[in-house]
Design a protein around this ligand. Structure first.
Ligand code: HEM
Length: 533
């Protein structure tokens, strides 16, 4: 035993001597490298160092976008400021005047289509669709399709969506493992599956939504588009066609998605031509039909053209709907005293909501507050400059630069939301008269909701203004927002009416950021307990 001790101590001494000499060598090497870097830097012109710093900051935007945008806003004092990404220069403006200037600039100068084209790289991700950067070159039927026809059809769509949500949610929930007698559900993947099915039903109709092979490529199409577009954008320009082309061939869910939609679009176009010749054709109510009907009469769209439009709408709706719903469910878990009053509202007004396609003011306000404080995107009103543009204060954009607004920072700012800007007040946007009635009746956990910290700022979820940029602003504000709001109320409403919910780890990180987006983590678990179970 004594020998062992001796042996250990001498080994320890030897290793200390060895470790300390290694440490000394390390320190010396560090000093030499520091001196080398320092003396080399002294010979590099300061403009080169500035350029290196700018490029490093541009690459760090990929992982720190929301923070860089917010810090820029805080430093800017309301003036325009620049944020760089590896592939773009963003010029952020935050004053209502400048945001209006973005909205009123001609589409030939500041283009939303141009920004979307750069983001999605449709040449490689949408079966070769090389869409126009200028709006309206081939008509803007999708605005009427979504803003008027899809919205007007909500009373027909919502009952089906409600039934499907209830049944599919229960089915997905059953699949999740039990831990100590309670199921733990990975909320993000669960909501993606639900949203893909429901959105397919609402946009494409029963027949396609029930086609399992078609639906099986509907989600990979979105994911592969995101991945391919990101890789292509980060490559040097010269390599983009080769790598983009290879990725487009290999990650080919977009082609399958396109091919499954072709027969449906061909049929609708044939029916359109027959109708024009005076024949009777079936009446249909889904986005494929409305896109065919609203395309320019003098130059009707081909089936392919209709599908490209559908692919863009599908891509633009699945991910944002899912993510917004996930954050609203997180917020219900984090602020459970809102559940009772919202549930009471749902139980008494859900049928009216389904009939009208709008309503449920408490849930409406809760969703708006959740999106205000946890916006999926920290950037809004994106426009790519197709020609040089100068704001009224002289700030200039070069061709290829983006004009945009820091929506996340604006929606959290005290300038717009008062001293309680950072606090979660789920009923911040409810009309005072509705809250008064609530005070008189059920107010959730005995807490007076109307007296919550903030000044009330009545507004509907779908209202657009320069301090609430979730939907963009002005002429091009999201035309799908009435459908999106109703859709989210169906999903969140059905869950609240049928389940109690709790985050498994309320303090754990719940998202990661990529560029200006906050993406929910796949591992966040929620315990849904069926009510009355
Ligand atoms: C929570 C869900 C959604 C959010 C937060 C959202 C947000 C936005 C934003 C910020 C814009 C850009 C507006 C601008 O720059 O001024 C936009 C445009 C658009 N959105 Fe949405 N959107 C949502 C859901 C949807 C859905 C479900 C659809 C379709 C069914 C849709 C279709 C569109 C289209 C087609 C545009 C382009 C408008 C144009 O070019 O004029 N969105 N959306």
């Amino acid at each position: 035993m004594a020998d062992m001790d001796k042996l250990d101590i001498s080994q320890l001494q030897a290793s200390l001597v060895k470790d300390s000499s290694v440490a000394t060598i390390n320190i010396l090497l560090s000093l030499v490298s520091f001196w080398l870097v320092y003396s080399t830097l002294a010979y590099i012109p300061s403009r080169v160092i500035r350029h290196i710093r700018k490029r490093a900051s541009a690459w760090s935007y990929l992982l720190n976008g929301p923070r860089l945008i917010r810090e820029g806003y805080e430093r800017s004092n309301g003036e325009p400021y620049e944020v760089l990404a590896p592939d773009s220069r963003y010029l952020f403006v935050s004053s209502p005047k400048h945001i209006k200037e973005i909205d009123t600039a001609p589409d030939t100068v500041l283009s939303l289509n141009g920004a979307a084209k750069h983001m999605l790289q449709p040449l490689y991700t949408m079966s070769g669709f090389n869409w126009f950067e200028r709006r309206g070159v081939e008509g803007v039927g999708f605005v009427r399709t979504l803003r008027t026809l899809l919205t007007g059809n909500l009373p027909q769509t919502l009952p089906d969506l409600s039934l499907t949500t209830k049944a599919l949610f229960a089915e997905l929930h059953e699949r999740h493992p039990e831990v100590n007698g309670v199921r733990h559900s990975p909320i993000y993947p669960m909501m993606i599956e639900l949203v893909v099915k429901l959105n397919g039903l609402a946009l494409f109709g029963q027949e396609l939504a029930n086609n399992e092979e078609f639906m099986a490529c509907a989600l990979p199409y979105v994911e592969q588009t995101l991945l391919t577009a990101e890789i292509v954008k980060l490559l040097p320009k010269l390599l983009r066609p080769v790598v983009g082309g290879m990725l487009g061939c290999h990650l080919n869910a977009h082609r399958k998605f396109f091919e499954y939609l072709i027969p449906a679009a061909q049929l609708r176009c044939q029916e359109r031509d027959l109708k024009n010749l005076g024949h009777e054709v079936p009446k249909r109510a889904d986005c494929i039909q409305w896109l065919v009907d609203t395309a320019p009469k003098q130059k009707p769209w081909t089936p392919e053209r209709v599908i490209y439009e559908l692919m863009a709408i599908w891509f633009g709706s699945v991910h944002i709907l899912t993510t917004t719903i996930v954050y609203a469910l997180h917020d219900l878990c984090l602020h459970p005293d809102y559940i009772d009053p919202i549930r009471t509202e749902l139980l008494s007004q859900y049928a009216d909501f389904e009939r009208a396609g709008h309503g449920l003011p408490l849930l409406d306000s809760f969703l708006r507050e959740s999106s205000r404080l946890t916006p999926v995107e920290s950037m809004s009103t994106r426009r790519r400059a197709l020609q040089p543009f100068t704001f009224s204060d002289g700030t200039a954009l070069n061709v290829g630069d983006w004009a945009c607004s820091p929506s996340g920072a604006l929606m959290r700012s005290e300038a717009h939301y008062g001293p309680s800007a950072q606090q979660f007040d789920g009923f911040r946007f409810v009309e005072p008269s509705v809250l008064d009635r609530l005070e008189g009746g059920h107010s959730g956990g005995g807490q007076p909701m109307a007296g919550r910290a903030s000044k009330k700022q009545p507004a509907k979820l779908t209202d657009v203004d320069s301090a609430f940029l979730m939907w963009g602003y002005g002429r091009m504000a999201c035309p799908g927002r009435y459908y999106a709001a109703a859709f989210m109320k169906v999903v969140v409403g059905q869950i609240i009416m049928n389940y109690d919910l709790k985050l498994v780890e309320p303090g754990a990180p719940r998202w990661m950021t990529w560029r200006a987006a906050m993406l929910p983590l796949g591992k966040t678990m929620v315990m849904f307990t069926p009510r009355g179970a």
